[in-house]
Design a protein around this ligand. Sequence first.
Ligand code: NAG
Ligand code: NAG
Length: 285
Amino acid sequence: MLYVIGLGLSDERDITVKGLEAVRSSERVYLESYTSILMVDKQRLEDFYGKEVTIAYRETVESCSDEILKDADKINVSFLVVGDPYGATTHTDLVIRARELGVPVKTIHNASIMNAIGATGLQLYAFGQTISMVFFTDSWRPDSFYDRVKENSAIGLHTLCLLDIKVREQSLENMIRNRLIYEPPRYMTVNEAVEQLLEIEEKRQENAYTKDTLAVGVSRVGSDDQIIRAGTLEQLLTVDFGKPLHSLVIVGHRLHLLEAEVLRENAVDLEGLNRILLRDYNIDK
Ligand SMILES: *[C@@H]1O[C@H](CO)[C@@H](O)[C@H](O)[C@H]1NC(C)=O
Ligand SMILES: CC(=O)N[C@H]1CO[C@H](CO)[C@@H](O)[C@@H]1O
């Protein structure tokens, strides 16, 4: 059996009881390390699970799926995913390959940012399409996310923005020379995401949002030191959200009374927030 197991959001103890049983029954345990990071290191996972854990980098999963799946028709293999297995789409490859090899697959879910973002007080049913923000480079500043935000905003829905994570990235030079030397990991901050959002609004000028649009920045959701702050995009430019991982929600223009209430609780500047709520938002009771 191949178990694809969600680890939850925060530390080694967020795994479900079912997930833990599967890990303990597995001969080999892999931890995917490319779509997200857990806030603890591998050693703590190994101590807690009582199993050796192999980190599976993007190359491993894509090029060595047969190695991961070796003998999995006879033994149990666990593939651990931070958050929920289907929070990101990348694992589908492994699951399809398992089916081709006749290896049964079982998924064990856990929380991911896609539902934990409810901690902002914004209702999950009132979210539209989720977008991913990638780090801009000098020559690559993709703005396709802008249309998604615009569509969501046209019908008053919130937009969850997942922020870029760069682990095991090679510099162009190292890639050309085929040297397996990696740059230090980079995690996009709320501030960087807002800068990029405002740059694209400036360029497109279609009012998908403005510097006065309300947004909620979050970091380390699910951990004891999570931060949730609501304010205008401009205000969030300067809030320090601390260590990774960060995410951002652009607040839609239709708000329920209770959603507005939680925004107030997390306001960077309560007076300013109230002014903008009154001026730009429709609040339903
Ligand atoms: C695989 O896991 C299941 C459920 O935990 C267990 O019942 C089964 O004995 C395990 N198989 C092996 C070969 O360890
Ligand atoms: C992050 C998260 O919500 N993890 C959950 C995973 O499942 C266990 C229950 O088995 C919860 O206790 C965790 O909170």
